[in-house]
Design a binder for this molecule. Structure first.
Ligand code: NAD
Length: 258
């Protein structure tokens, strides 16, 4: 069992879905947690506090660099310091390139990629000072392969993998590591919306749309779970992963093996 007792983790976009699953797994390993994101914040905080760790929430909107500054200052100074940074928040917009709204391009890039740059640049000095650190970036299979209609998302997630490798090189001679996880389909609110949109567009039931989605992409025929991704994040924080640097961990039911 990895113990993260005494460590503090900031997990962006952690009020639901994958972020909440990762926050929960880190909390079960003993880390105090700074949550970020929107929605049912009290429920997310209560969920984390059942593990007995300390938990905070900061409402920063990651599309705004000034709010990211405030989030990192809060995490660094109000919680006793940050040891683990999980860049998880992400959004999607789906449209062909010819009709892709430029404002949506900017927003997807800001939240999915630029925010990762800002949190890393702001919190890395603190980790170096504290003598230990982990940066875990949640990319996607779309960081490895493309998908029609997802130009901004695909570009942002490919960018996250490039940024991960660069930060890993710049921290190679230090006890700070930086790695990326590429989930396949995970049944979160983000994906539930895509299934609903697909069912509506094709005039089929949501159950059929869900089966089609998995059959097309995920050879296992099953969703990856936030708990499985959380366990991988805990491993990346363990001593066994001290020399895992700049790596891309696909957990995608075989999607990118095809
Ligand atoms: P989700 O929609 O369930 O959760 C997204 C989280 O981000 C929420 O907490 C939300 O409040 C927060 N968020 C959204 N916009 C924000 C903003 N501007 N500022 C701060 N927080 C914001 O999504 P999810 O499916 O759990 O996805 C989490 C991450 O995993 C994303 O980066 C996504 O690209 C990636 N991912 C998801 C899947 C999947 O199948 N669900 C697959 C591959 C990668």
């Amino acid at each position: 069992m990895t113990s993260l007792a005494g460590k503090t983790a900031l997990v962006t976009g952690s009020t639901s879905g994958i972020g909440l699953g990762i926050a929960q797994a880190l909390a079960e390993a003993g880390a105090n947690i700074v949550l970020n994101g929107f929605g049912d914040i009290e429920a997310a905080l209560a969920h984390i506090r059942t593990t007995g760790v300390r938990a905070w929430h900061n409402p920063a909107d990651l599309s705004d660099p000034a709010q990211i500054d405030a989030l990192c200052a809060f995490a660094a100074h109000e919680t006793g310091g940050v040891d683990i940074l999980v860049n998880n928040a992400g959004i999607q917009h789906v449209a062909p390139i010819e009709t892709f709204p430029p404002a949506q391009w900017d927003k997807v890039l800001a939240i999915n990629l630029s925010a990762v740059f800002h949190t890393s640049r702001l919190l890395l000095p603190l980790m170096r000072q504290r003598g230990w650190g982990r940066i875990i970036n949640i990319a996607s299979t779309h960081g490895l392969v493309a998908s029609s209609g997802k130009s901004a998302y695909v570009a942002a997630k490919h960018g996250v993998l490039g940024l991960t490798k660069t930060v890993a090189l710049e921290t190679a001679h230090s006890p700070v590591t930086c790695n990326a996880i590429c989930p396949g389909w995970v049944l979160t609110p983000l994906v539930a919306q895509q299934i609903a949109d697909r069912a509506k567009a094709q005039g089929i039931s949501p159950e059929q749309a869900q089966r089609d989605l998995l059959a097309e992409k995920q050879p296992s025929g099953q969703f990856v779970t936030p708990q499985q991704l959380g366990a991988l994040a805990v491993f990346l924080c363990s001593p066994a992963a001290d020399e895992v640097r700049g790596a891309t961990w696909a957990m995608d039911g075989g999607w990118t093996a095809q």
